[in-house]
Design a protein around this ligand. Structure first.
Ligand SMILES: *Cc1c(COP(=O)(O)O)cnc(C)c1O
Length: 392
């Protein structure tokens, strides 16, 4: 078969896989015997709490869980999500109409534009960002319009600078705070302004909030649904992945506007058949019974690691802000971020993600994830200091 001809335009036009070069260099370094410290991927190194694993094992033997699950998630799962939202954010949700289970939040994010975007429709997507927002819009035939996230604006989009004609045409906007990759947080004032904007131009807000429990200040990060009237225009994606070290489990949810949720459910029920019931049962256990100490412990571990790595990065000349949330450090190295990452791997055996992989406006930055054991972070800090300034 002619490989050039078999692929559809939608996958042909995907941006080139930027990390292929880094992946290859990483494998080669390992083959040469280099002890590579991988701070590239954002995947928690800590285990899922035992109580959650035990709940899965118990639930797996239940006959009801061995059959097809429901499309929208078990009533008990959706109730647990609603209860969790009330407890954490004081947001009231109707579990029947305003909560939908997802096979990880990525799944819901990737499918959502199919329900709202017609070919040629516009959608606002931040840059730098989790790449799924842009590709999801493109897969639906839509045109992504870039909202640059800059240091000057605290990595928040400047809504006032969006051309009014674009705002009028846009169907939806994707946002994510606490933010991957920049570590930026949004306060409730920003969300209020965003909700006003969405009302004015009739835009659906899709807020991606998987890091709400990974914060280092006094209080947690807000949910956009805490804004009065937000449910008229917004949904929020949530996930157990980062909150309870459950990335491999594939379980998340989307909550908020009932019509938006109904649209996404229509798409999903034609694509997947829901989450494994036992995974939902374990998710219920996580949301209902994990004590506050579990997330507090996770936060304090990341914070300790962040402090170690932050100081080392500053010492070797990189510019960055003290972390407020997420497990990423977003450091300005200037110049070609891919070349910087390659040098860091070649000379120091450390993998970090070049910022340009998150979009054009990420160029010059490098993302370090502290999802490796603390001793490995200490070793990375030591190696960085030995290397010194490796900016171009
Ligand atoms: C990790 C991550 C997700 C997805 O997590 P799931 O495991 O699919 O629930 C979504 N958005 C961002 C920004 C992330 O970093």
């Amino acid at each position: 078969m002619n490989a050039e001809r078999i692929y559809a335009d939608r996958i042909r036009s995907l941006p080139p896989y930027l990390f292929a070069g880094i992946d290859k260099a990483k494998q080669e370094a390992r083959r040469r015997g280099v002890d590579v410290i991988d701070l590239g991927v954002g995947d928690p190194d800590m285990p899922t709490p035992k109580g959650i694993v035990d709940a899965l094992c118990k639930a797996a033997v239940k006959g009801e869980n061995q059959k097809y699950p429901s499309y929208e998630g078990k009533p008990e799962f959706r109730q647990a999500v609603a209860d969790w939202y009330r407890r954490i954010f004081r947001v009231d949700l109707d579990p029947e109409a305003e909560v939908l289970a997802l096979i990880g939040s990525k799944e819901g994010i990737a499918h959502a534009p199919l329900a709202f975007i017609n070919p040629g429709d516009l959608a606002l997507v931040p840059d730098p960002a989790y790449p799924v927002y842009r590709t999801a819009v493109e897969f639906a035939g839509g045109t992504p319009i870039t909202l640059p996230l800059t240091r000057e604006n605290g990595f928040l989009p400047d809504l006032d600078s969006v051309d009014e004609r674009i705002s009028r045409k846009a169907k939806l906007i994707f946002l994510n705070y606490p933010n991957n990759p920049t570590g930026a947080v949004a306060d409730i004032g920003f969300f209020e302004r965003l909700v006003e904007y969405a009302y004015e131009f009739e835009i659906i807000i899709m807020h991606d909030n998987p890091y709400s429990e990974v914060y280092f200040g006094e209080k947690g990060s807000p949910s956009i649904l805490q804004v009065r009237g937000a449910k008229e225009v917004a949904v929020e994606f949530h996930s157990l992945s980062k909150t309870y070290n459950m990335t491999g489990w594939r379980v998340g949810s989307v909550v908020g506007n009932a019509d938006v949720i109904k649209g996404l459910l229509k798409v999903k029920s034609n694509i997947d058949s829901g989450n494994f019931g036992a995974v939902q049962d374990a998710g219920i256990k996580a949301m209902e019974e994990m004590p506050e100490e579990v997330t507090r412990e996770i936060r304090s571990t990341y914070k300790r690691r962040m402090d170690i790595l932050y100081k080392a990065l500053v010492d070797v000349g990189l510019e960055l802000y003290p972390p407020k949330a997420t497990f990423y450090l977003w450091a300005w190295a200037g110049g070609d971020s891919l070349a910087f990452s390659k040098r860091l791997l070649e000379k120091g055996g450390i993998v970090a993600t070049p910022g340009v992989g998150f979009g054009r406006h990420g160029e010059g930055y490098v993302r370090f994830s502290v999802t490796q054991p603390t001793e490995r972070i200490e070793l990375a800090a030591k190696r960085l200091r030995e290397l010194g300034d490796i900016r171009a």
